[in-house]
Write a protein that binds this ligand. Structure first.
Ligand code: ADP
Length: 254
C-alpha cells in the first residue's frame, strides 16, 4: 500500500558487492536522523542483507487484517523495514525461485505492506536488471516515483555495468536521480590521508558522459561496514562518509 508514500526511490547497481545495500541502509538512516519518516524495502530476494545490516535478523513480520506490518528499526517507528529475510522461517534457507514466483513476491511487497504515512520509501534491488526491477517498474505506475540512484565503485568493470543500468533506466523510462560512487579511496584511520586504491573519478567521468548527476562519493571506511543498525551520521558525525550522506540527502530532497 503506497498511497501515503510521498517519494519512492530505487537503489540500483550493475553488480553485487559495490555497497548497494550499505548505501540503501545508511541513506534510510540519514533520512530518519533528519526527521523524515522512512521505509526500506529489500527486494533482493536471493540475497537479502537488510535484516543483517540493521541487526533485525530475528524479527518477524506480522499479518494484520489490512496486510503485512513491517518491522520497525527504532522505538519511535520512524524507520519501517520489509524484507524476504523476515519471512524465511530458517535464516539459512535459500530462495530458489523462477521468475513468476519472484514477480508475485515483489508485487505482494508493493501492494500488501502497511507502510502508513512515509516521506521516503527506499527500495533496495538485486544487482543487475532482472524480473524484480521490471516488476517494480510495472507496479509503480500510480505512485510518486522519484527515480533511481545508481551505486558504483570506481573500477572500470563496475563502471561498465553501470552503463547497462543507465541504458535500462532510459529504456524503461526510470528517471535517474544520480550516481553514488562508493569505495572511492581509503581514508587511513591513523593519519586520515585518503589513498585512491582504484582509479579515481571513473564514476564522475561516466556521469558526465551519460549526463547524470554525481550525488556523492563515499570512501572505504571499515567503520561504516561495522555500524550494523546504527547511523553513520549519528555515530561518526565527523567522518567523510557522514558528511557525504548528509550532502546526498540534501541533494535528493532539493
Ligand atoms: P551490495 O549490496 O552491493 O552487494 P554490500 O552493501 O553488501 O554490497 O557491501 C559489500 C561489503 O562491502 C560489505 O561487507 C560492506 O560492509 C562493505 N562496504 C560497503 N561499502 C563500504 C564502505 N564505504 N566502506 C567500507 N566497507 C564497505
Amino acid at each position: 500500500m503506497l498511497e501515503s508514500v510521498k517519494h519512492v526511490i530505487l537503489v540500483l547497481s550493475g553488480k553485487g558487492g559495490v555497497g548497494k545495500s550499505t548505501v540503501s541502509t545508511q541513506l534510510a538512516l540519514t533520512f530518519k536522523e533528519q526527521g523524515y519518516k522512512v521505509g526500506l524495502l529489500d527486494i533482493d530476494l536471493c540475497g537479502p542483507s537488510i535484516p543483517y545490516l540493521l541487526q533485525l535478523k530475528d524479527k518477524d513480520v506480522h499479518q494484520s487484517d489490512k496486510g503485512w506490518v513491517p518491522v520497525f528499526a527504532d522505538k519511535e517507528q520512524r524507520l519501517a523495514v520489509m524484507s524476504i529475510g523476515f519471512l524465511l522461517g530458517n535464516r539459512d534457507k535459500a530462495v530458489v525461485w523462477r521468475g513468476p514466483k519472484k514477480t508475485a513476491m515483489v508485487k505482494q511487497f508493493l501492494s500488501d505492506v502497511c507502510w502508513g504515512e512515509l516521506d521516503y520509501l527506499i527500495i533496495d534491488t538485486p544487482p543487475g536488471t532482472s524480473d524484480e526491477h521490471i516488476t517494480v517498474m510495472e507496479n509503480l505506475k500510480n505512485v510518486k516515483f522519484d527515480g533511481a540512484i545508481i551505486v558504483t565503485t570506481p573500477q572500470e568493470v563496475s563502471i561498465e555495468d553501470v552503463r547497462k543500468e543507465i541504458t535500462f533506466c532510459k529504456k524503461t523510462g526510470i528517471p535517474i536521480i544520480g550516481l553514488i560512487e562508493n569505495m572511492s579511496g581509503f581514508v587511513c584511520p591513523h593519519c586520515t590521508e585518503c589513498t585512491n586504491i582504484f582509479s579515481k573519478g571513473g564514476g564522475e567521468a561516466l556521469a558526465t558522459i551519460a549526463e547524470i548527476d554525481v550525488l556523492g562519493s563515499l570512501p572505504i571506511d571499515p567503520r561504516v561496514g561495522q555500524l550494523l543498525g546504527k547511523s553513520c551520521v549519528k555515530e561518526l558525525p565527523e567522518s567523510p562518509s557522514a558528511k557525504a550522506f548528509e550532502k546526498i540527502v540534501e541533494r535528493i530532497v532539493k
